[in-house]
Write a protein that binds this ligand. Structure first.
Ligand SMILES: C[S@@+](CC[C@H](N)C(=O)[O-])C[C@H]1O[C@@H](n2cnc3c(N)ncnc32)[C@H](O)[C@@H]1O
Length: 351
């Protein structure tokens, strides 16, 4: 697939005018200590060549390995001196990690691994998984969960671990959690787990935006383990694997799920005998007004000392509306203190 001249022009302008994946968002390791870099060619060719060129600029001292289809060789052969590792066919085989080439890569211990996807970071995760599930699974099986990065169609870079943990059970404080497909990184998962089990005071935990159940399960698992209250989770959609995952994690008795959207659910909530909330997790509507409403509508019930957590904050441009809603309703409100950020999870304590 060729990118149009117009797209190319736009991309080139980004390279010139903006820090083209320069890791201004969470520099993973000091540039000078990067010795080995892996790049999976999953973009259209021209975009991959731009990425390879950029990786060369960023890490001139590093050895670069490019994994690409033997069926679609790079036409101009310009890999800028990178080592080429080929696989047969068009699509990276699901079992590539078990092939001799895959095993070799597994043994190489790359400092950083990258792959591109021709979506924006906010694309529907199910679409992403349908198209790139083989790449994700291979990166997990090659052992590059924690040091791999996704480059999206606008060249925004995001930590791959945000897309990984659903295939690997995560153990936190001796508790094994089977996490379904979620966009949360391992550090975000651990932080939510800690917050849900912490002594923040009396009150419920509310989860806005359940999707496949990742955050709900983590919150429920931690709260149940700490002998604390059940989770109230809201989402107008329910996805197939959710009930199975609730059972598998033994939290189906610790979750009160409602198909009500947050804007409407708040009316019922306000009529509760005890509407106090100790932890409010906002990960529903990512548009400015929706995110702002969730924070503004639900935070009056947050107790003093309680925590508000918002996902997808500070994503280097993928969700600017979430950033703005957090600024307007939390950071600049004067009602919160102790602002923290772990990957793209923002959280703060109510004064
Ligand atoms: C990013 S996903 C949530 C991910 C989830 N927290 C996890 O851990 O994987 C956003 C979800 O919010 C839901 N959503 C969107 N607007 C909402 C609203 N106003 N109230 C509740 N859920 C909403 C969507 O249906 C979608 O499932």
């Amino acid at each position: 697939m060729q990118i149009s001249d117009k797209d190319k022009e736009w991309v080139e302008s980004i390279i010139i005018t903006r820090p083209f994946f320069s890791f201004d968002f969470q520099l993973p390791i000091p540039t000078e200590s990067v010795r080995r870099v892996l790049y999976l060619h999953t973009f259209p060719e021209e975009k991959s060549l731009m990425c390879i060129k950029r990786l060369r600029q960023l890490y001139p001292q590093a050895q670069l390995h490019v994994v690409a289809s033997a069926a679609r060789p790079f036409s101009n052969g310009s890999l800028d001196g990178a080592n080429l590792v080929q696989f047969p066919g068009e699509r990276l085989p699901d079992e590539f990690h078990n092939s001799p080439e895959g095993k070799q890569l597994k043994a190489e211990k790359f400092d950083l691994a990258f792959y591109g996807y021709d979506f924006s970071l906010e694309a529907n995760p199910i679409e992403i998984y349908t198209k790139y599930g083989n790449v994700l699974e291979n990166l997990v099986n090659l052992g590059y969960v924690e040091n791999a990065y996704v480059i999206d169609r606008r060249f925004l870079v995001r930590k791959f671990a945000c897309y990984a943990p659903w295939t690997v059970p995560v153990t936190i404080q001796d508790t094994e959690i089977h996490i379904p497909f979620t966009l949360m990184s391992k550090d975000e998962v651990c932080t939510l787990f800690d917050l849900a089990g912490a002594d923040l005071g009396d009150g419920a935990i509310v989860n806005i935006g359940q999707f496949m159940g990742g955050s709900t399960i983590i919150l429920a698992k931690a709260s149940k383990r700490a002998g604390k209250s059940k989770i109230h989770s809201f989402d107008p959609l329910i996805f197939d694997p959710v009930p199975d995952y609730f059972k598998k994690n033994e939290v189906d008795d610790w979750i009160e799920f409602s198909l009500e959207i947050s804007d409407r659910a708040i009316h019922e909530w306000s009529k509760r005998e005890d509407p106090k909330i100790r932890l409010l997790f906002v990960d529903g509507d990512h548009a400015y007004q929706g995110c702002k409403n969730d924070i503004a509508n639900w935070s009056p019930y947050l107790i003093s000392g309680g925590v508000i957590a918002v996902h997808d904050y500070g994503t280097a441009g993928a969700f600017p509306d979430v950033d703005r809603a957090v600024y307007d309703t939390i950071i600049n409100s004067g009602d919160y203190e102790d602002f923290k950020k772990v990957d793209t999870l923002f959280y703060a304590r109510k004064k």
